[in-house]
Design a protein around this ligand. Structure first.
Ligand SMILES: C[S@@+](CC[C@H](N)C(=O)[O-])C[C@H]1O[C@@H](n2cnc3c(N)ncnc32)[C@H](O)[C@@H]1O
Length: 218
């Protein structure tokens, strides 16, 4: 899979590429390219934004700038999905992550300031996605959220078996994961549930299913 991120802060993504899950799949299952809008802007002095028509605070990312960035990257209209990250977009959830992780090629557009000129979302993007009902200062963190969530679904991203019984997985019927415990078995009087120390795998499995269902139903 190839993911292209369009951003004003490409350097923000550096640390991610050195850590799992990205580090494990880069150069193999995942090719990641970072594009700065400023590198392709047709405006002078690296300008990418402008004042909003109708007045108001803040600056708006220009449609001609984003079009130029896409043109420079693809030489024409991209055939793959182009995701604009916006608070008003489709809420990101695990089914959407699985859907995007199955794409061969994806572009992610992030904005800063007041956000995108709406024509970017309407005409240059194929999807508008929100990572939650709150506002962040820029699309870099949402892009990283999306990148991480997609990368961990790619083969080889995680240690064997560790991605199978996770929250929202089919193995847990789309529900939440059961609680985990590790040594010590007792700390300040807080004991690990006896069933987990029993060595009875069938009982452990049944307990975990029950815990998962109870958490999901809450
Ligand atoms: C300060 S925000 C703009 C907020 C916009 N004026 C609004 O009220 O909806 C700047 C950029 O950060 C990104 N962003 C902020 N919150 C986001 C969220 N919850 N989901 C996805 N992207 C978000 C988007 O790319 C957005 O255009």
């Amino acid at each position: 899979m190839r993911i292209d991120v369009f951003t004003l802060v490409p350097q923000a993504f550096g640390w991610m590429t050195e850590r799992r899950p990205l580090a494990a799949v880069l150069g193999g299952e995942l090719e990641l390219r970072l594009y700065s809008y400023r590198d392709a802007t047709p405006l002078r002095a690296g300008q990418v934004d402008d004042e909003p028509y109708g007045g108001g605070a803040g600056m708006v990312l220009r449609v001609d700038v984003v079009a130029a960035a896409l043109e420079a990257a693809y030489g024409g209209r991209p055939e793959h999905r182009v995701v604009a990250l916006v608070p008003a977009g489709r809420p990101l959830d695990q089914p959407l992550v699985e859907e995007l992780a199955a794409e061969p090629h994806l572009a992610i557009l992030s904005a800063r300031f007041e956000g995108f000129d709406e024509r970017i979302v309407e005409h240059l993007a194929t999807d508008a996605i929100s990572i939650g009902p709150y506002v962040l200062s820029g699309g870099e963190l949402p892009a990283m959220v999306l990148l991480d969530a997609i990368a961990r679904r790619l083969p080889g991203a995680l240690a064997a078996g560790s991605g199978e019984h996770e929250s929202f997985s089919a193995e847990l019927e789309g529900g939440l994961e059961y609680p985990h415990y590790t040594r010590p078995a007792e700390f300040r009087g807080w004991r690990v549930p006896d069933v987990l120390l029993s060595g009875d795998h069938a009982r452990v499995e049944a307990w975990r299913r029950e815990q998962s269902r109870a958490r999901t139903a809450r």
